[in-house]
Design a protein around this ligand. Structure first.
Ligand code: SF4
Ligand code: SF4
Length: 389
């Protein structure tokens, strides 16, 4: 089956780009300015600047609307000062999906700057007088009614490695496959592809759409109904970012159960009887990845750590602070990224011989910068698989 993700979605995006501007500004207006996002933002904790919080970024977007989108470059710069960790979104009582919103806003602004004078003029008129373009809304409502389709499939599994496992942690992929086999699954492995987030976060929307298209085609050509990955950032991108950017991204979420490894493993280990025998002198600490938290996987990780691995975790494993990686954020703002990492490592205070478990390959790479060498830092997959009987 050949589905042209890029072509269909380009049409979809052109039709909806004006509506997206409107959606972004109306989400910015729904902010209650309560400041809950400020209290959880790791970047704000380091810089103390309001424009680095979600509330500050939304205020800048509201200002941009009132200013007819003139001089958006500084605002784009502030929107990029973000780890895309999703903590603000989780804390927000209004439920604003800040990460998707900031990514879309910064790419729209980037595209807007490249448009002709006439197109810029039309967009500015639309932003100020959206009712003049109400025919777009009718079309969108019809579209939303029509696209959903559900089919029933037999339960078959895809394991999506994501690009970091491919490049840096092939043994963890082997360990995941050994775990799946022991619990009775023989997954189809999708490797060598990227979810697209690294492109999008560095402002390359074309690269994002192209890599999403390749991955989408791989998924839809496999007779399966569950997608599992050991990278919660990939899962968060498939679940939250893809639907925001494309019609196909919405469809894939109705067709597949898309789960992080911890979510899938917790389901399976609750339902079946498996023995995992961790040595009594194993000493471990835990780092909760921001994206695992943002997709609601914390309780599943807790179940695996406490009920399956029977780890006695101390207070430092419960602090849930960010490691400061944030993809291109660590390259664009290495000083702030390192400060966030140092704070995380101080909180963890790893002792000799302690293993640090986490659930994300990007967090492992970042934490190894500071704590690697002295301590083993690995994915939960490795510990489960190595100790499963
Ligand atoms: S938590 Fe949500 S509503 Fe409150 S200030 Fe932040 S973005 Fe606005
Ligand atoms: S996504 Fe994370 S870094 Fe970005 S504004 Fe929200 S809490 Fe701060």
């Amino acid at each position: 089956m050949k589905i042209n993700f890029l072509k269909n979605d380009k049409k979809y995006r052109i039709k909806n780009s004006l509506l997206e501007f409107e959606e972004i500004f109306s989400a910015a207006e729904s902010c209650r300015k309560c400041g809950k996002c400020q209290s959880v933002c790791p970047v704000f904790r380091q810089t103390g600047l309001e424009q680095h919080t979600a509330r500050g970024k939304l205020a800048l977007l509201r200002g941009l609307k009132n200013d007819f989108l003139f001089d958006s470059s500084l605002i784009e710069h502030h929107l990029r000062f973000c780890l895309l960790c999703g903590r603000c979104s989780n804390a927000c009582p209004t439920g604003i999906d800040t990460v998707s919103l900031f990514l879309r806003a910064r790419n729209l602004m980037h595209e807007f700057d490249k448009k002709s004078f006439i197109k810029k003029f039309l967009i500015r008129v639309f932003i100020k007088f959206p009712s003049l373009f109400s025919f777009f809304k009718k079309r969108q409502v019809e579209f939303k009614k029509n696209y959903r389709h559900c089919k029933s499939y037999e339960k078959k599994l895809v394991f999506f490695t994501g690009c970091l496992f491919d490049r840096f942690f092939p043994q963890t992929t082997e360990n995941a496959l050994s775990f799946f086999k022991k619990i009775g699954f023989d997954p189809v492995v999708v490797s060598g592809e990227c979810c697209g987030l690294p492109f999008l976060s560095s402002g390359d929307e074309k690269g994002f759409m192209a890599s999403s298209e390749k991955l989408y085609e791989k998924f839809v050509n496999i007779d399966s109904d569950i997608i599992v990955s050991g990278c919660p950032t990939c899962i968060s991108t498939l679940k939250k970012i893809w639907p925001f950017f494309s019609k196909s991204g919405k469809e894939i979420n109705t067709r597949f159960d898309i789960l992080d490894f911890h979510q899938f493993a917790a389901q399976q280990l609750k339902a079946k009887d498996f023995e995992i025998n961790l040595s009594s002198d194993f000493k471990g600490k835990w780092h909760l990845p921001c994206h695992l938290q943002s997709i609601g996987g914390k309780k599943d990780a807790d179940f695996i750590l406490k009920d399956i691995l029977r780890l006695e975790l101390d207070e430092s494993s419960r602090l849930d602070s960010c490691c400061g990686f944030g993809g291109s954020f660590s390259l664009d703002h290495p000083g702030v990224s390192k400060k966030i990492l140092n704070l995380k490592c101080e909180e963890l205070n790893l002792k000799s011989g302690e293993t640090l478990l986490t659930g994300c390959p990007a967090c492992i790479l970042q934490l190894e910068r500071s704590a690697g060498g002295k301590n083993r830092i690995c994915h939960t997959i490795d510990i489960i698989s190595e100790n499963m009987i």
